[in-house]
Design a protein around this ligand. Structure first.
Ligand code: NAD
Length: 269
């Protein structure tokens, strides 16, 4: 999809990867809705974009962790720039650790990292199927293809996000829907830097030791290329594809390697 004059919505766009996606898509000529829980910051990001091209960006405060939040966002975006061409469900939370993780934290992880994607899709699809065109992108993670040492909720929700994106592609791909799924490893954002992924910094140090930490702008550049090519997987870290192919080739060997890493991280080895 060529993004020139297209209407793009990016969630979680007040910071990090989402902000970089919004900026890059805007530079490619899109009209961009910058959506986030942080209403003030997303208005600032949108104002900076609009300063370079009049009426080309809008900040919309949204909580995508509820179905109503997604409905309100979609309606507000449509009222601003008309039918949405591309919706990028990028907002995410890196919360929770092991089986002692409180129930409300599990709920938050599933609401924002998984259910937000299906709630958005549920309210976007009728229009897209009617006109035979639409583009749904989501941010999962390398943790959705591999795993996340230190965080069961993150591992599970990111696998579910990949599964949902795959399901959308195979179910609606013949009816004009395009789907891509972003699966980065380490990216230099608040989530990584605040050690937020496991709530205790364990996961962040694993991510850092697993490979290069990219800048959000580098991730956005790769994402734009994949969207232009209309292919599924956005994998800005090539090493993730190597780890992933090793997992598929020999599951038990891969698990043994991950157990070794787990032991090293927790000081057992
Ligand atoms: N940083 C990494 O290393 C990394 C790696 C793989 C995947 N990811 C994924 O990338 C995505 C973006 O994360 P980031 O690294 O840019 O982190 P970030 O913390 O910089 O940005 C996340 C944004 O999402 C927003 N958000 C959270 N809950 C929301 C909600 N309910 N409604 C609306 N907005 C909400 C936050 O306000 C924040 O602006 C997430 O899905 C994350 O899981 C990040």
């Amino acid at each position: 999809m060529d993004l020139l004059d297209r209407h793009v919505v990016v969630t979680g766009a007040a910071n990090g990867i989402g902000m970089a996606l919004a900026q890059r898509f805007h530079r490619a000529g899109a009209r961009v809705v910058v959506a986030d829980l942080d209403q003030v910051k997303c208005a600032e990001v949108a104002a900076e974009l609009s300063a370079t091209r009049e009426h080309s960006a809008m900040g919309i405060g949204a909580d995508v962790g509820t179905e109503q939040g997604n409905i309100d966002l979609i309606r507000a975006a449509e009222a601003t720039f008309g039918t949405i061409d591309l919706f990028f469900a990028n907002a995410g939370v890196g919360v929770g650790t092991d089986l002692e993780t409180p129930e409300d934290v599990w709920d938050l992880a599933f609401d924002v990292n998984v259910h937000a994607h299906r709630w958005a899709a549920k309210h976007l699809l009728p229009t897209w199927l009617e006109r035979g065109e639409g583009y749904f992108c989501s941010t999962a993670s390398a943790a959705g293809l591999l795993s996340q040492i230190g965080s069961a909720p993150y591992s599970m929700t990111k696998h579910a996000a990949v599964a949902f994106a795959e399901w959308m592609s195979l179910t609606y791909g013949n009816r004009g829907l395009r789907v891509s799924c972003l699966c980065p490893q380490g990216v230099n954002t608040n989530m990584l830097n605040q050690g937020d992924v496991a709530g205790a910094g364990v996961s962040s140090s694993v991510v850092r030791s697993a490979g290069v930490v990219l800048e959000p702008a580098e991730v956005a550049e790769v994402a734009l290329g994949v969207i232009e090519a209309e292919t599924f997987l956005i994998a800005p870290h090539p090493e993730v594809l190597t780890y992933w192919s090793r997992k598929v080739a020999d599951y038990d060997r891969w698990l043994a390697g991950m157990r070794k890493l787990q032991a090293r991280i927790s000081g057992e080895a």
